[in-house]
Design a protein around this ligand. Structure first.
Ligand code: NDP
Ligand code: MG
Length: 380
């Protein structure tokens, strides 16, 4: 991977896709704290034009794109123009769901460094990213667990890795009885115990679909088979993930939960910049708990792993179905426990194909349509 500061010591020029979201806003915060190192050249949002306009007035970027105002084709053209602009060195993909797929692949093709938060855009088309990475595309993770693994793998021979273990907080309903999950409300699901994040990932954390997606994300980013990626429940979100090596050494990365660290590291790599956020103080009383996950409690995590095992376009169908199901839950159309039913049925109906750009988009469309139908059936 190349160094971050562009030739001649000028700041890196970045684009932030999804600048109005949780990761996008924190990316801007990191950039504004490092004005000599980072310059924001482009921002994009979907619906939140008010915040986008405020960001535009403050940052004066060359591009500020609000995609919800545009037709899908024009929005996609504009985002591709932004990420492939000759001025841009690095693209932060902080959109949610399938929205990031096209611009991310376009950025990698144009040999831009990509700092990726939008895990769904990766998971739905893993082999396309692996092809790009085989051609030296620079793709770095923002997701905290993957940033932890990435930090632990530094300097290690990939052949020495026995397994990677991702930590999971358990989300909003970790202490609820399984029989009570049927009646939880969207506002309860949006209350994450350790992180403040956008709505989709917060619900995905409550179902542990998020951890399932992260297992697949790890296999793609680090070129690992599914058997080498495990999950452990860790309610404090202090240990961000672990790497087990073949001489019995275990490396972990720890820190107070704060996404500004992995965001900044994705920009500063291979260097580190000072960070003005809280430090972990282990002399304070810290109980760190670890326990194996209960897969029966979290059927979405199993569905994600199964989609990964089946391969082909199953992961794309999984992501599309989950987007529809989470949206339907948040608007009150279905129950929390229907989310896995929608995703499971969409996968049962899915006819998988070999992964290509076109087959992934077709799987996405088909699974969305199928999932909407299943939602309607559940409502009646
Ligand atoms: P948010 O919902 O807070 O933000 C999403 C951003 O994407 C917003 O800027 C939104 O624009 C934009 N957006 C939404 N829909 C579209 C669309 N159809 N086309 C283009 N842009 C769109 O999400 P988060 O920041 O929480 O998460 C972003 C990604 O990062 C997700 O994939 C998530 O899984 C991942 N992630 C997030 C973490 C976190 O701490 N938040 C941690 C690890 C990973 P607008 O606001 O204008 O609608
Ligand atoms: Mg994560």
């Amino acid at each position: 991977l190349s160094t971050t500061r562009a030739e001649g010591g000028r700041p890196i020029n970045i684009a932030v896709l999804g600048s109005t979201g949780s990761i996008g806003r924190q990316t801007i915060e990191v950039a504004e704290a490092n004005p000599d190192k980072v310059r924001i050249v482009g921002i994009s949002a979907h619906r939140n034009t008010e915040l986008l306009e405020q960001q535009q007035a403050r940052l004066r970027p060359k591009y500020a794109i609000a995609t919800a105002r545009l037709s899908e084709a024009i929005a996609s053209d504009q985002l591709i123009e932004l990420v492939t602009d000759g001025d841009i060195d690095l693209v932060v993909v902080a959109t949610v769901g399938a929205a990031g797929l096209k611009p991310t692949l376009a950025a990698l093709k144009a040999t831009k460094r990509v700092a990726l938060a939008n895990k769904e855009a990766l998971v739905m088309a893993g082999p396309l990213y692996q092809d790009a990475m085989a051609k030296d595309a620079a793709l770095v993770p923002i997701d905290s667990e993957h940033s932890a693994v990435w930090q632990c793998l530094r300097g290690e021979d990939p052949g020495s890795v026995e397994k990677v273990v991702l930590t999971a907080s358990g989300g909003a309903f970790r202490d609820l009885r399984i029989e009570d999950l049927d009646s939880v409300s969207p506002s309860q699901a949006l209350h994450h115990p350790t992180w403040v994040m956008g709505p989709k990932i917060t619900v995905d954390s409550a179902t542990l679909m998020n951890k399932g997606l992260e297992i697949l994300e790890a296999t793609i980013l680090f070129g690992l088979p599914l058997e080498k990626v495990g999950v452990i429940m860790h309610r404090e979100s202090i240990v961000h993930s672990l790497v087990f090596l073949n001489d019995s050494s275990v490396k972990a990365q720890l820190g107070v939960p704060d996404m500004r660290l992995p965001i900044q590291l994705a920009l500063s790599h291979p260097n580190r910049w000072p960070g003005e956020w809280p430090r972990l103080d282990l002399t304070e009383a810290h109980d760190l708990h670890f326990e194996p996950p209960n897969w029966d409690r979290y059927p979405c995590m199993g569905l994600a792993v199964e989609a990964g095992r089946q391969g082909g376009t199953y992961p794309a169908a999984l992501c599309a179905a989950d987007e529809v199901a989470v949206d339907a839950f948040l608007t009150g159309a279905i129950r929390f426990t229907d989310i896995h039913r929608v995703v499971g049925s969409a996968l049962d109906f899915h006819l998988s194909a070999d992964v290509s750009y076109e087959s992934v988009l077709a799987a996405d469309r088909e699974a969305r349509a199928r999932s909407r139908k299943i939602v309607k059936e559940l409502m009646s």
